[in-house]
Ligand binder design. Structure first.
Ligand SMILES: [Zn+2]
Length: 426
């Protein structure tokens, strides 16, 4: 990709209306554009990051035997009347078609997935299984604020598992818990904690939230040295004492990036989803559900990592792995070599951006900080005279001394590949 063709508007100087440092950097970098209050267009940069996060989630869900499906955004109101939630969920958008039929925009998909599984599930031999989707949802939040944390429209991974016994659900719930830990690690989030949560109007017994500890978070969390963490619904806020060990708990703010629930038979009961058990009787399967806010995970990464120059991505989430910057100063040889290096890297199948524009070096470096490719290659007449390409790394809060500061011109492609795989932790 050529930087001058990138359909992204980057901003320099102050940004009006940004609520947090991360929000400001997302706007400055042109990752998102607010289309309406609570709804954003993802630019080519933002979409690349979201797509990378989706692929991490997809790999980890498939690794715990999840099966990807795609359910419709809209469904008939009848499914929500059947579960009893039609009049109880305040963020549910209801509308009528021209024929007079009642529809909803699904803000979550328990009803739709139970209806689907009814068409599939016959016997206990089919269980356990989990289906998941990555899809857009809309919730008519009253308090959608500016910012990327609480939006009305968002991309979510939602997963639903079906079990014969409570112990089987618990075993799968733990596998999913571990998969979530891997997902946040691979996204480069360092301060995500799991907290015990109340199950609210989702029904069920046990639930955990995955929260990024952050001063700009909307949620209040209580953490204890004994390892017991909970959200405020589960701790007496007045004394803030640990329900498990009695010690004083630490109060922090958090951004919720995921949640997992043991739903029980709430939905299979109310919507009469059954299977034939081994003893021949008809039973309702026990369900779990597992959500991750995909766009919110991107917002959380920026919030946690961005410095004053822009976001910081790891190799797994970055919109481009490498940016090639030519400092040509009207030197045709430098300009030609910059193009050649770009084409060679692109041909090797690496996501690479080229900045060979006739603009000041300072402008190029400011753009490079906002786009934040983890590896930058600087091509200049001085470097070429020494037969090297200078390497700069976007990440400056980790020890980059183990990485090279220059690649030899004759071997740069193999050295780049080696560095990428090292930075990806592979
Ligand atoms: Zn404790």
């Amino acid at each position: 990709m050529r930087i001058e063709k990138l359909c992204v508007r980057r901003l320099f100087g102050d940004v009006a209306g940004a609520t947090t440092h991360g929000h400001k950097m997302a706007i400055k970098g042109g990752y998102v554009y607010q289309t309406f209050q609570g709804g954003y267009t993802l630019s080519p940069l933002g979409w690349r990051v979201v797509h990378n996060i989706e692929n991490i989630i997809r790999q980890e869900m498939n690794a715990i035997d999840g099966q990807e499906i795609l359910m419709p955004v809209v469904s008939g109101a009848d499914l929500w009347r059947e579960s009893g939630r039609y009049d109880r969920v305040d963020v549910l958008v209801k509308f009528k078609g021209r024929s007079g039929a009642d529809y909803v925009l699904n803000p979550t998909h328990e009803e739709v997935v139970v209806d689907y599984v009814k068409s599939v599930l016959e016997t206990y031999r089919q269980m356990p299984f989990m289906v998941y989707q990555i899809q857009t949802k809309f919730r008519d939040e009253l308090r959608a604020r500016a910012g990327l944390i609480r939006t009305r429209e968002f991309i979510m991974k939602d997963a639903y598992s079906f079990h014969e016994t409570q112990s089987d659900l618990e075993e799968y719930y733990n596998r999913c818990f571990d998969a979530y830990v891997r997902i946040y690690n691979r996204c480069g989030l360092r301060n995500v904690v799991s907290v015990l949560a109340s199950t609210g109007d989702m029904g069920g017994n046990i639930a955990h939230e995955f929260q990024l500890i952050s001063d700009v978070g909307e949620d209040t969390l209580f953490l204890c040295d004994c390892g017991f963490n909970a959200n405020k619904e589960l701790v007496d806020e007045k004394n803030g004492l640990c329900p498990k060990c009695g010690a004083k708990m630490r109060l922090v703010r958090g951004i919720e990036v995921g949640n997992i629930f043991q739903l029980g038979t709430k939905y299979s009961d109310s919507m009469n989803l059954t299977y034939t058990a081994s003893d021949g009787s008809e039973k309702h399967p026990i369900m779990g559900c597992y959500g991750i806010g995909v766009g919110r995970t991107m917002a959380a990464i920026i919030e946690e990592s961005a410095d004053d120059n822009g976001p910081i991505w790891n190799m797994a989430t970055a919109p481009f792995a490498i940016e090639v910057i030519g400092l040509s100063d009207k030197d045709d040889y430098v300009s030609k070599m910059t193009e050649q290096i770009y084409i060679a890297i692109k041909s090797a199948g690496i996501d690479v951006l080229i900045d060979n524009r006739a603009v000041r070096a300072g402008e190029k470096f400011a753009d490079a900080d906002l786009i934040a490719a983890p590896i930058r290659l600087i091509v200049s007449s001085k470097n070429l005279a020494n037969n090297i390409i200078e390497v700069k790394y976007r990440v400056n809060d980790i020890d980059t001394s183990e990485y090279k500061t220059a690649f030899g011109l004759d071997t740069y492609l193999s050295e780049i590949m080696e560095t990428i795989s090292k930075m990806s932790g592979k």
